[in-house]
Design a protein around this ligand. Structure first.
Ligand code: BGC
Ligand code: CA
Length: 342
């Protein structure tokens, strides 16, 4: 009799512990492992965008669905990035989001992805179409670079037309400098081309003083601008920059130059990063073009989940079934507050 009671109690304890234990540990039915690889760890726009992406993916988890994100970068070398991708695939990964170092050289990564059947969403640094067409599980999320150049040109042209004093020496021409991102980057090429053309198409005479590559980078742009100020003194009337980080570099150079703000050239950027929005608000920059990182990272996150779950991708409205093109927005003193409060 006693033995029966003891074994009953033991059985009860066992069952209790077992179910208790099961309850304690969350029972995820599905786990999605996402690898995010950027071209460098030092790009403020890219870092803001990947942070947003990680937050979005976190918010898509639920009790039955876990999302694990691992993040690495290519340290500015395509060969290093290829290795990083290989390691991440070996370690176990369902989908990858890749911000290429060299957008013309995705061959190794595409090959690895196909061999292992890992879909890839490229973002921000756009592979050429032939590469993206190599396999049906390759996607691209980004923007239309020309649009940003046109918008930047419109902001500058409108400002120049409304403010005759931009032409400081009153010679009917705007003496300008262009700060360029990275040679070969789709955004640098099209932004440079389209912003200048747009200003000219608006009936404004331009005189080019200098084009300088500064690699998207604030520090490099500050150095270049300081050299240009040494060379041209007060004669620069406009600085067009392929991105905000470099535009802020130019602002920094002018802050240290000894020239009063009323003598500065007009300065326009692209991206809508916080520092630039504040500079627009304070009148140190005349405008920027919002590169919608929230929209792009939300699209990447949704794509990742839908691809993983095998959902219909129709609602994503992808061009050629592969491209998501986010819309740029003009920012100047009239609407900058809307973007600061975002
Ligand atoms: C952004 C730059 C960034 C670059 C990196 C561009 O779209 O405007 O700020 O450095 O992408 O690829
Ligand atoms: Ca002039």
């Amino acid at each position: 009799m006693n033995k029966r009671i003891v074994s009953l109690i033991m059985a009860f304890v066992l069952i209790y512990n077992f179910t208790g234990c099961q309850k304690k540990e969350k029972n995820f039915n599905e786990t999605l492992r996402v690898g995010v690889v950027t071209y460098t760890q030092d790009d403020p726009f890219i870092n803001a965008m990947t942070q947003e992406l990680k937050d979005n993916l976190k918010s898509m988890e639920n009790d039955n669905f876990r999302i694990i994100v691992s993040e690495k970068n290519g340290d500015d070398s395509q060969r290093d990035q290829d290795e990083v991708v290989e390691e991440m695939i070996d370690a176990g990964c369902d989908i990858m989001c890749v911000n290429l170092v060299d957008r013309t050289a995705p061959g190794k990564i595409i090959k690895l992805a196909r061999q292992n059947n890992i879909p890839i969403i490229f973002f921000n640094r756009e592979p050429v179409k032939e590469d993206l067409m190599q396999w049906n599980k390759l996607y691209y999320v980004g923007c239309d670079a020309e649009q940003s150049g046109v918008m930047q040109g419109q902001i500058a042209a409108d400002y120049i037309k409304a403010n005759k004093n931009v032409d400081k020496n009153n010679d009917g021409k705007i003496q300008y400098v262009l700060l360029e991102g990275e040679a070969g980057h789709q955004d640098a090429i099209s932004r440079t081309d389209c912003s200048v053309k747009t200003i000219i198409n608006n009936g404004i005479n331009l005189e080019k003083l200098s084009y300088q590559f500064a690699d998207w980078n604030r520090g490099q742009a500050e150095n270049r601008t300081t050299q240009l100020i040494d060379q041209y003194g007060n004669n620069i009337e406009m600085i067009i920059s392929n991105n905000d980080e470099m535009a802020i570099g130019a602002v920094e150079a002018y802050k240290k130059s000894g020239y009063g703000e009323d003598e500065w050239p007009i300065i326009c950027g692209i991206d809508g990063l916080n520092d630039a929005l504040i500079a627009v608000k304070e009148g140190q920059m005349q405008g920027t073009v919002y590169n919608d990182k929230e929209d792009q990272s939300m699209e990447i996150a949704k794509l990742v989940v839908d691809i993983f779950k095998g959902n219909d991708l129709k609602k994503h409205n992808l061009d050629s079934g592969k491209y998501y093109v986010s819309q740029y927005k003009k920012v100047d003193i009239n609407n900058v507050d809307d973007f600061i409060s975002r």
